[in-house]
Design a protein around this ligand. Structure first.
Ligand code: HEC
Length: 160
């Protein structure tokens, strides 16, 4: 084979290895997160004990609508016959990660507007620690990109 082709193949391999390393570094070294020119600190690790609290609170209070595996109700993007939206997934395939922490905590505590939303209010059913735990449990199912984006969204006002 032509030596130039060897060189080309070697360069392609090198490029793939370098891209691999930089992706790994971003995933595991807890780098600050920069989006749209705004940098926020690295994502703090979730507390496993809090996730456990949240997991059982989720199973008892949320799974009936949002699914035992956070998968949401079937056809969740289509308004039902009652004029209300079905329960969306809570994993990365849903859109909870499009909302900052304060918005999510408020939705879980206060529920949706009953005239068009079937999301109940949990402020009198769950303790604050359980509500935070449920959110941590939900976050623990998200991919790295969704976690970073939602963390950035929650923090950006303090850093711009
Ligand atoms: C009776 C069914 C029901 C139960 C039980 C329920 N939800 Fe919901 N939830 C919904 C529906 C329906 C929506 C969508 C409402 C809307 O868009 O107006 C929703 C929306 C949400 C959202 C906003 C999602 C988004 O992307 O905007 C979050 C977060 C959420 N629920 C969390 C929870 C948690 C946590 C629990 C348990 C503590 C829970 N829900 C229990 C029906 C339910």
């Amino acid at each position: 084979m032509n030596p130039k082709r060897y060189l080309l193949i070697a360069l392609i391999f090198l490029a793939i290895i370098m891209i691999g390393f930089s992706t790994l570094r971003n995933k595991f070294s807890g780098n600050p997160v920069t989006i749209s020119g705004i940098t926020v600190p690295p994502i703090p690790a979730l507390d496993p004990a809090q996730i456990e609290v949240g997991k059982s609170a989720y199973a008892q209070n949320c799974a009936s609508c949002h699914g035992a595996n956070l998968e949401g109700q079937p056809n969740w993007k289509q308004t039902g016959l009652d004029g209300k939206l079905p329960a969306p997934p809570q994993d990365s395939s849903g859109h909870s990660w499009h909302h900052a922490d304060d918005v999510l905590l408020s939705i879980i505590s206060n529920g949706g507007d009953p005239s068009y939303s079937a999301m109940p209010a949990f402020r009198e059913i769950l303790t604050e620690a359980e509500i935070i735990g449920v959110l941590d449990y939900i976050k623990s199912s998200w991919g790295q990109d969704e976690r970073e984006y939602q963390w950035w969204l929650s923090m950006r006002d303090q850093y711009q």
